[in-house]
Write a protein that binds this ligand. Sequence first.
Ligand SMILES: Nc1ncnc2c1ncn2[C@@H]1O[C@H](COP(=O)(O)OP(=O)(O)OP(=O)(O)O)[C@@H](O)[C@H]1O
Length: 574
Amino acid sequence: MIEKRLNQEALKYKGYLVKIALTSFISGGAIIAQAYLIAYIINGAFLAKKGLGELWPFFPALFLIVTLRFSLGYFGEKVGANLASKVTGEIRNVLLEKIAALGTKVLLPEKTGELLTLILEGVESLEVYYARYLPQLISAGIIPLMILVVVLALDLISGIIMLLTAPLIPVFMMLIGSFAEKLAQKQWSSLSRLSGKFFELLQGIADLKAFGRSKEQVNELKKSGLMFRDATMEVLRVAFLSALALEVLATISTAMVAVEVGLRLLYGKMEFLQAFFVLLLAPELYLPLRNLGSSFHAGRTAIAFSQKLWTIIEEKESRVFLNKRSITWDSPPEIILKQVSHSYIPGKEVLKNINLTIKPLEKVAIVGPSGAGKSTLVKLLLGLMRPAEGEILINGVPLWELKEKDWYDQVGYLHQTPFIFPGSIAENIALGKKGAKGEEIKRAASLAGAHQFIAELPQGYDTKVGEGGRGLSGGERQRIALARVFLKDAKIVILDEPTAGLDAHTEKLLEKAFDELFQNRTVIIIAHRLSSLYRADKIILIDRGEIRGMGRHEQLLAENELYRQLITAYRGEV
Ligand SMILES: Nc1ncnc2c1ncn2[C@@H]1O[C@H](COP(=O)(O)OP(=O)(O)OP(=O)(O)O)[C@@H](O)[C@H]1O
């Protein structure tokens, strides 16, 4: 089943497969011609007593054929390697696109380390399948058949022996196939467990150390390493044993032909030329089958390793956007949420019947206790997921009918733990706008209150930062991410305010930046600060997935007990 799927991928590159088949066909011809020429020269020189003058034209012909044969071998390998890099490149792209489309759905059940192993090792193992296993499978289907036809035509007895013994090799491979695949699957699961554990250890090293648990984790890692070693040894053992068995099978089969031909030659029942020709062809018949046997395990491993790959590639994605309508706005659109409900787990609603209108340029603050559903609401508004029920209308058009790109061109988003990728600070800010120039980047950084600290760094905007913003403080990361939002200059800005960890000075800088950001845009903000609540045109109070109050700060303060409690808590914190 998986094998069929793997071959379907290769069929997309029929040109390469045809080249491999043609190469095998010409190789088959060259093998037969080479065997015949050798047999003819030897027979001529020793039995037919032909002189050098008569035989010499056959030597350059033999040389040409041997050269052709080796060139074809090289060419075949090159075509196989090209096919492998094309198919695996395509599979890698499809997989990455799928993971991007599935988003959290795939990342939640899969641990990141395991996913990485799948993308790197899983796809890598397919290289062997396409570069070696598949070409050898094609050769093994063509060359032995060509030789068999020639031998059958020339000498029926030898032909019948070959016809009976040659299929033993593929039959043997098929017999151990499923067993080898099971072992390879075991090896794969222990490898992904090992890399998953390794990744977790790296990610959580600070916490593990602080809680004195790093040793335990290292021991766990060692255990996983040993399990992987054992699984690999088991695979290798079967691979070596079966390769040996195949060699023995091929040798015995060749010997059977040799003995039978030898006896007939001895009793004068066969011509030397014919006998020697058949004898030279016998090992050539088994050679492609033996080659297939040696790459057979690599092929089975690839099949086992790629199983998980296909489950991800074939997983149904629930795309949020239908990409039906192309829309541009000169001014921010009106956003309406109509009876929106959402649940992550069936039966457990985290948002219930939300009705809400956000007018163009309105500043809307969302507040509520922890776990109320604020982030869920923001994710729905962003179009990261589709609500289980209800509709989100953008200027009257359902959000999911829009083209995904059009929507994200209009929306700026800043959350609590923005992604900072390894690269320069300038590159990180430029994520907000394709092809942004130095001056624009600086202006955005100034608006975000980040210019000063960046300018003070030894390499300024060219300073390299590590993965996840290593080398930057929490406040600095926030301001770099905010600079991205300024650079994008989107009509709608969605913010999840940073909750903690910022000193008074950074807070002030961010406050000023937010003041600037609030101009001329629709702003939706998960507010954790009183100042954001004071500024909001409309505050939406959410508790346990329901709207429990809506209005300006003073109004809610006067009317709403839950809001008063929240504000008291905020004041305590501030
Ligand atoms: N991916 C998920 N799968 C299952 N349940 C989830 C998921 N994300 C959130 N929840 C649950 O949904 C509810 C609302 O979560 P949400 O993150 O929207 O709350 P919040 O108001 O933003 O909380 P906080 O202020 O603490 O960030 C919570 O009970 C949470 O446990």
